[in-house]
Design a protein around this ligand. Structure first.
Ligand SMILES: *Cc1c(COP(=O)(O)O)cnc(C)c1O
Length: 388
């Protein structure tokens, strides 16, 4: 069949390919330790499920407004105002089918052929593919361990051309766990304002922070940057609601209206009753978020110590999210070979860094239980020792 050209320009997700292979091996009865999941391993908190179930039994099962339930948009606008210092009203918010869908909508509304979008690498693998699908050009700015996997304001400035429309900021970052400091965010904001481009801030991991790391929303740093900022967030990571498919986007009114038009011809409203679960997530107790974070803290500590004890691997300390991103360059293996051999011979599933434009690294999620982590790290250690 002759498919549209745009589809030949994008790759299916490598992350999902490894995860699928690990799943198939498990189904065959093989004892696989998986570090591949990009989702919290906890059940969705009971009060959130109860609110959605209540809405379902009350018959909240009809079409709703494309932009989302008015109450949820209002609750989100308040959250963004009081927690993030972002001066949005309910009309500046659209409810989407997840953080991924938020960014897809945004790019579809904003990017046309010839437009350049600056993406720091290592990146979340969907960003460049979304830009390509819209006909735009991803401009990848690579940061490695020498800059702590962060791009500098200077690197951003140098990547900007007359065609640059948008810069994608993801802090805390998937896959590196990097969190930009308030000063660094401020310096990046200055470059964005000076160049008069737009920035989308993907803040999906804002609640998953460690030690003294703090999250600053770039749009909160003054009126000039606020006007050029679009904020993307969702419920998947903070509230362990990955399968619910709900997120949101907030930004200038004309842009949000454009994304509502796109949704009106594609997905329409997000499932009505789950939006009531999301209202409960934001309005009721936040203890669940902290409980999950406490579990991540323990795992992170254990994993970091053990990974750095494996000769040939070096792992910097992630300040946020739930991933370790060790450097494997000393093993002499490229990331795909490393991960494929590890999975086939030692039954451990890890995502190769090449998926995130970082072939010297691998990504281990610690959104999995302590027993799997310990067993998996034992095997990883054996594997590296056998090769290096
Ligand atoms: C998980 C994730 C998202 C969005 O996930 P949804 O399940 O679509 O809400 C967005 N950005 C990054 C970097 C992520 O890791």
């Amino acid at each position: 069949m002759k498919l549209a050209k745009r589809i030949s320009q994008v790759k299916p997700s490598l992350t999902l390919a490894i995860a699928a292979k690990a799943k198939a091996m498990k189904a065959d009865g093989i004892d696989v330790c998986s570090f591949s999941a990009g989702e919290p391993d906890f059940d969705t908190p009971a009060h959130i499920k109860a609110a959605a179930a209540r809405a379902l039994s009350e018959g909240k099962t009809k079409y709703g407004p494309v932009s989302g339930e008015p109450k949820l948009r209002e609750v989100i606008a308040n959250k963004l105002k009081y927690n993030n210092g972002l001066n949005y009203e309910a009309e500046n918010v659209i409810i989407t089918d997840g953080g991924k869908h938020s960014i897809f909508n945004l790019i579809l509304a904003l990017i046309e052929p010839g437009d350049e979008v600056i993406i720091p690498a290592p990146y979340w693998l969907s960003y460049p593919e979304m830009v390509t699908l819209a006909g735009g050009k991803p401009v990848v700015v690579s940061a490695n361990s020498s800059t702590g996997y962060k791009i500098t304001p200077e690197m951003l400035r140098q990547a900007i051309s007359p065609k640059t429309k948008l810069f994608i900021l993801n802090s805390p970052c998937n896959p590196t766990g990097v969190v930009y400091s308030p000063d660094e965010i401020q310096a990046i904001a200055q470059v964005v304002v000076e160049a008069d481009i737009l920035v989308v801030s993907d803040e999906i991991y804002e609640r998953v922070l460690y030690d003294d790391a703090v999250h600053v929303s770039i749009g909160s740093l003054g009126e000039e940057i606020f006007q050029r900022t679009i904020t993307s967030n969702g419920f998947s990571k903070a509230y362990s609601m990955t399968g619910w498919r709900i997120g949101y986007l907030a930004g200038p009114l004309d842009l949000i209206k454009a994304t509502i038009t796109i949704q009106s011809h594609s997905t329409s409203n997000v499932c009505t009753f789950i939006q009531h679960g999301a209202i409960a997530a934001l309005e009721e107790s936040q203890d669940c978020v902290e409980e999950m974070r406490q579990a991540f803290i323990k795992r992170r500590k254990m994993m970091l110590a053990r990974l750095n004890n494996i000769p040939g691997l070096s792992c910097s300390r992630p300040d946020g999210a739930f991933y370790m991103f060790p450097d494997i360059s000393k093993t002499g293996l490229k990331s795909m070979e490393f991960c494929m051999s590890l999975l086939e011979e030692y039954k451990v599933a890890i995502i190769p860094g090449i998926a995130f434009a970082a072939d010297d690294n691998i990504r281990l999620s610690y959104a999995t239980d302590m027993i799997t982590i310990e067993k998996g790290l034992d095997r990883l250690e054996e594997f590296v020792k056998s090769r290096f």
